[in-house]
Design a protein around this ligand. Structure first.
Ligand code: F6R
Length: 242
C-alpha cells in the first residue's frame, strides 16, 4: 500500500485525476471502476477539464460503478446513476452504453446482483477509485462484511445513513438499502486508488492503513492489494503514525 499525503483537496483531486488519465492514455479501452460520494467530485471535474481541453478521450473507455441505492430510479436526482451523469459522464465523450451501475429499481434484486457480479467477472478493471466511509466501509460494504463477498444487497449502517443524509433534502428520505459491489470484486481491480479527505476520515484512514486487517474495518483489506495507492489530505492523515 502506497500512501501519498497532499496538502489539500485540490491537490488530492489533481493527483488522482492524473493517475486515472495515465491509465486511459496507456489503454484507451480501459475499464474504470468508479465511486460516487463527495470525495471523487474534484477528480471527476479535472478529468472533465482534460477531456474538454482535448488532452484525454473517454471514447473507448468503459465504466463500472460500485453501488446504487435500492428503490431509486436512475432518473431520480439522488440516485448514483444520476450523480455519475452529472459529475462525469455528461461532461466527457464516454459512450453511455459502456457505463454500468447496479439497477436499484430491479424487480428482483438478487437477480440484479448476479447479473452485476457476472458483468464484473467478465470485465478486467484497470483501476478502481474508492472513497472511504467514516466507519471504514468501501463501496457499501459495511463493517463485518466478509472479505469474500460478491455483489449483494446491504442494509446501510446507521452511521452511513447519517453521513449521507447531508446529500438529501430530507434526512428521512435516505434509502436504507443499497446494492454494492462485494469486497472480493473490489479487490479484483488491477489497481486501486483510495481517496480520503477531511478530519472526519482521519480515524478510518489510520485504521485502514496502520490497523490490523480485519473485517470490522473493510478498507483494511486494501493492505493486501498488490497495487493500492491511498491519497489523503493532511487532515485525513492527521492521526497516522510516522
Ligand atoms: C460511493 C461509495 C462510498 C463512498 C464513501 C465515502 O460510491 O461507495 O463507499 O465512497 O461513503 O463517501 P464521501 O466521499 O461522500 O465521504
Amino acid at each position: 500500500m502506497k500512501i501519498i499525503v497532499v496538502d489539500n483537496y485540490e491537490e488530492l483531486s489533481r493527483t488522482a485525476a492524473e493517475m486515472v488519465a495515465e491509465v486511459v492514455e496507456s489503454n484507451p479501452c480501459a475499464t474504470l471502476g468508479l465511486a460516487t460520494g463527495s470525495t471523487p467530485i474534484g477528480c471527476y471535474e479535472m478529468l472533465a477539464e482534460f477531456c474538454k481541453d482535448k488532452k484525454l478521450s473517454f471514447k473507448n473507455v468503459s465504466a463500472v460503478n460500485l453501488d446504487e441505492y435500492v428503490g431509486l430510479d436512475k432518473k431520480n436526482e439522488q440516485s448514483y446513476a444520476y450523480f455519475m451523469r452529472r459529475e462525469l459522464f455528461d461532461r466527457v465523450d464516454i459512450d453511455k452504453n459502456n457505463t454500468h451501475i447496479p439497477n436499484g429499481k430491479a424487480s428482483n434484486l438478487l437477480d440484479e446482483c448476479s447479473r452485476y457480479s457476472k458483468l464484473l467477472n467478465d470485465t478486467d478493471r484497470d483501476v478502481q477509485i474508492l472513497g472511504l466511509g467514516s466507519n471504514g466501509h468501501i463501496g457499501f460494504n459495511e463493517p463485518n462484511t466478509p472479505f469474500d463477498s460478491l455483489t449483494h444487497v446491504v442494509d446501510l449502517a446507521e452511521s452511513t445513513i447519517r453521513d449521507n443524509s447531508r446529500l438529501f433534502y430530507d434526512g428521512e428520505q435516505v434509502p436504507r438499502q443499497a446494492i454494492t459491489m462485494g469486497i472480493a470484486e473490489i479487490m479484483q481491480a488491477k489497481r486501486v486508488i483510495m481517496l480520503a479527505s477531511g478530519l472526519n476520515k482521519a480515524q478510518a484512514v489510520k485504521r485502514m492503513t496502520q490497523g490490523e486487517v480485519s473485517n470490522d474495518c473493510p478498507a483494511s483489506i486494501l493492505q493486501r492489494h498488490p497495487d493500492c495507492t491511498v491519497i489523503v489530505d493532511k487532515d485525513a492523515a492527521s492521526l497516522l503514525k510516522k
